[in-house]
Every structure is written in C-alpha cells, then in structure tokens.
Design a protein around this ligand. Sequence first.
Ligand code: B12
Ligand code: SF4
Length: 557
Amino acid sequence: MEGGTVQSRGKLIVLVASTSESTEYQRSTWRQMLLATLPQQYARFMGTDWSTSVETNPDGTAKYVPNGLRVVESLLHRRFPEEDVAVCYPDNLDLFVGEDTRVIGIHAHNPLGITFATDVYAGFYGRECEPINAYEFRRVVTHPAIALYRRHLKVIVGGPGAWQIEHKGLQAEWDIDTLVHGEAEEVIEDLFECAVRGDALPERIECNSPSLESIPIAKNRSTFGVVEITRGCGRGCQFCSVALRDGKSLPLDHILLNVRNQVAQGADTIMLTTEDLFLYQQGKRFATNRGALIRLFESVANVEGVRHIMLTHGTMAPVVVDPGIVDDLHLAVDLSVNRHPDSTHPGNRYAMMFVGLETGSVRLFRHYMKGKSYPFKPEQWPDVVMKGMQIMNRANWFPMCTFILGLPGETREDTRESLDLLHSLKDARWCVIPTLFVPLEETRLGRQDGARIARLTDLQWEFFFTCWRYNMDFFRREKSVQWKFNAGIPLYYYTLGRRLFGPSMKYPLFRLGHFPERWLKSHLYLDFTAGTPPRYTASETVPVPEHAQYAELRVLN
Ligand code: B12
Ligand code: SF4
C-alpha cells in the first residue's frame, strides 16, 4: 500500500458507508435487509458475522458501497482532483483520515433501523435492542479516527435515511455538522467546497429534485451493481417519500455507461433500480412502454460481463393491464440470481421484485394510495392483486410484497379485509413482509403517529404471523429443523413474548409455530381448515375502467 503517506496526512475528503449497508453477501438482498432488523446483541447466535463481509481494494479503499455514495463521489470528482477523494469502509478510516482531511461524508440508508419493518423485529428481543444496522452506523459516526481530527473536520451525513438522525435528535450528540435530506446532486459540490474551506455549514439542507442532466455517471462500483433507471414516481401514496416527485427515466446511454462501469470494476450483477420498473420511459398517465423495457433488458444483458439482472420495485396494476409484459421481460427470470424448486423455469430461476400491496382494505386504499391501482379503481384493488399475482407467478415472477399495518385510522374491519386478501393469496408463490406504518417526515402523513408493535391488536398480530407462516412454508423446506423452530415458539411466548406484548400475540404466534389449525380456528379470524374458501379468487380479466368514469378519482398529474 502507498499507505505511508496516506496514513500520516490523510485524504482531503473521505466518504464512508457502514459495512451492513454495503455488503453484497451471497448477492442476497433479503439477507442485507435482515441486517436492518436483527438485534446486534444476539447477532453472533444468529450467524450474521457476514454483516461485515465486504471487499477492499489493495489500496484500502472500498470495492463497493451503496450507489448514493458513488453518485456523491462522482459529483465531487467534478470539483476536486480524484486523488483528493477516498471512499472506504469504517475499518479503514484510519488509513484515510489524517491531518489533511477536511470533510467526512457518511452515507445513511437506514442508519437507526427505524423505518418500515426494521425496528419491529429487533423489538422482539426487548426495547433496548439495537438492530445491526444501527450498531454499525454508530460505529462509523463515533469512529476514533474522526474524533482524533475532529477539530479541523466537517462531518456531513446524507442518504435516504438521514431523516432518522434528526427524528431521534442525535445530530448534536454525534457531532454532525450537516444533515443532507433528499436528492443531493445540485448541492454536493458547493457544500463540500465550503466544508473544505472550513466555512460554517447549515445544520440541515433540504434538496430539490435535480434535472436529469445533473445526475452523474457513477464511476465506481455500487453494492449489488445498482444502476438507476428511473427516479421519482408520482403515483402519490401519502405515506411515501417519493410520492410527489415526478417520475423521470434516465436515458438508455446513461444507464449503459453505468452498467459498463460496474462490470469494469468486477460486478457481474446489475440491479436495475427504480420505484416502479413499469414507469421506465412511461407514456402518458403511467402507460407502460413495453418496447423501451424490452430494449433496456436486452441492452443490459448484452453488455459483456453481465451475468445476472436483479430488480427493485414495481407495481401490480401495469401487469394486469398488459399481462404479456412479464413474459416479454423473461430476461429478469433467465438472468435472476434466485432459484426455487417451485419455479417452472428450466434452471428453477425466478424473478424477484418488491411490490407494495400495503392493504386489503379498499377504504384505506382509497384514502391513502389510490394512485397505486391506476388505471383501475380503488375498489378493484383486491382483484388487481389477485390477478397480478397470478400473471406474475405463471411467468415465474415471485414478488416480495409488503403490507403496512397500523395506517392512521385503521379499524378492525380494515384489518379483517387485509386478512381476507392474505388468505386468498395462500397458494401464491411470493414472499410477504408485514411492516408497521412509519410516518416518514417528508410525506403527507409525516405528522401522524406511527404504529407501535406493543400496540398491535390480536387481528394485526394474526396478519403479522400469518405472513411469516406463509414465508416459512414456502422458503424453508428442511422439515428436520422445522420441529425445533415450532418447539421454540411457546418457549419464546411464555418466557418473553407474553411479558413484552401481552396475550393478544399468543394464538397468531402459535400459527407461526404450526399448531393445529383446528384448535387455532376458534381463537383466530382466518380459518385454514378445509371448510372456509378464501374471499377472493383471480378473475378471468379485470376490466380497465373508462377514463371518463375514472376521472374524478384521479390524484395524478
Ligand atoms: C437499491 C435499494 C436497496 C438495496 C441495496 C441497498 C444498498 N445497500 O445499496 C436493498 C434491496 C438491499 C435495500 C435494502 C433496504 N432498503 Co433500500 N432502497 C434501495 C433503492 C431502491 C435504491 C437506492 C439507490 O441506490 N438509489 C439511488 C441513489 C442515487 O439515491 P440515494 O441513495 O438516495 O442517494 C442520493 C441522496 O440520498 C444523497 N446521498 C446519498 N448518500 C449520501 C452521502 C452524503 C455524505 C451526502 C451529502 C448525500 C448522500 O445523494 C444521492 C444523490 O442524490 C431505494 C429507493 C430509491 N429509489 O432510492 C430504497 C430505499 C433507500 N430503501 C429503503 C429501505 C427502507 C430499505 C430497508 C430498510 C428495507 C427493509 N425494510 O428491510 C433495507 C435496509 C438495508 C440495509 N442494510 O441498510 C427506503 C429508505 C427509507 C428510509 N431510509 O427511511 C427506500 C427509500 C425505499 C422506500 N421508498 O421505502 N435497499
Ligand atoms: S407507487 Fe410506490 S413509489 Fe409510487 S408513490 Fe406509491 S409507494 Fe411511493
């Protein structure tokens, strides 16, 4: 390592991301997501040592970090010589922070683990448990190398989870000069220049959406080979932070340059990143652009070195409007990293995409997220979900779907409707993640109370654990370990669960532990014994309403 000099003087600007937000262990997104949820205190018993499994270049810099930090790095290269900027993991901060260092830029994806789905799970072990993500982030921000040179350093934190630090009032305690919220393209260069000069910095910066032209090509490798294909969405869901940002697509040339850069740096997997895959080069009113999508997949797959394509988010409605689209995008299955014996693909591969189903209650759906089902009406939502799932599953797309429990004003009837939809999806090939409502600050529901795990009703618990029962049955096939898990369930309930959450979790939890349904049915809402058919089935077609009829429902544009 040419480290002698680097070590003693340091780099002018050091960018850093925690290992638990950078790891691409086994190319498994769900494993990384677990790190945002599992409690650090018990991590070693859960076999998650890989949370710090990342790769380092010979000079000590990071091989891959979250894409947002790569974008910041590329923006800085416009203003500062490349040799003045280093990107590393916390364990190598000592190599790069020194007398010459003026700015530390820290990326925050989910730094305290307080967003959807995350602290819920750490909470099962008691209130004081900190998720691995939070522990790892704290390790960055309180790193001794930063403390040692703090007198001449500015500390800037940005990323999609920066709001969490403000929300928990930790900015002063962690001695952070500036928190940057939102898309930072148009502020980075000036902000870092001021920081390098030692000027006083604002405590917080709220960024506006940048023009397409100001989004740079990421020169270096991002975790999971993330390459953005769109930004924003515009469907207007009230709980979502990107709801009101208009959707825009990155030009294909820009995308392909990014793909080539990823591959040139050793990535063989490209994660096409978007809020909704079907918005890529969309037509009017979210119309899917089938040709552009096919061209995108083919062009990416044709880049030499690309072996796998991974997806991020998408919505159900476009699949129901245009069922052939998932067949046309067969490369998402052919080049997927995921395999499951239930896939009919010759290599048992399946495409995995995150899909927000959020609720089975038409009332809540209409109130909070009616743009999500467009061009269908809110009352068609359960049919859209059933049909969309059928179409996806037939094409070997097994989506990872989220539901939100505890949306403001959720009644028992609403929860029952979600349970009905869940019941109807019992034979689907999917993964279903129950999350608790979190009022993200920059959203229209930002001032509402968040849902609390300790306040879940018996019906909400039933929803929660029925989801996990489905997931276990679908993904965990080794029956030999199943009995151990089942036996652990009552043990957990009587030693800890009952004390932390009260008796309303009992029977739902016992469903997770595979207790006999004929016994559970008198205690739970859903009856899984043979007699009760699910409320919904996938219909032959779901009619797209006439626009005239639908006009008054639109929240769009
Ligand atoms: C790809 C992705 C993932 C991947 C890969 C993550 C990774 N480590 O690289 C996977 C699937 C693993 C993942 C997991 C999770 N994710 Co995620 N993910 C995304 C996604 C789709 C793209 C991220 C991205 O690369 N965007 C492109 C870059 C350019 O944008 P950016 O990161 O925001 O960066 C910009 C600014 O934030 C800023 N910036 C970024 N870093 C820095 C640093 C400094 C110093 C400064 C000044 C500025 C700055 O500048 C950049 C340019 O504008 C986003 C949604 C989205 N479209 O952004 C969700 C998103 C970020 N994820 C989210 C969540 C909730 C999670 C999980 C917690 C999910 C879960 N419930 O389990 C986990 C946490 C994982 C972990 N270990 O931390 C939420 C974040 C909400 C929040 N933080 O409050 C988002 C916004 C999705 C959503 N709408 O809900 N995720
Ligand atoms: S469809 Fe998804 S990304 Fe778009 S506003 Fe709704 S939740 Fe947000």
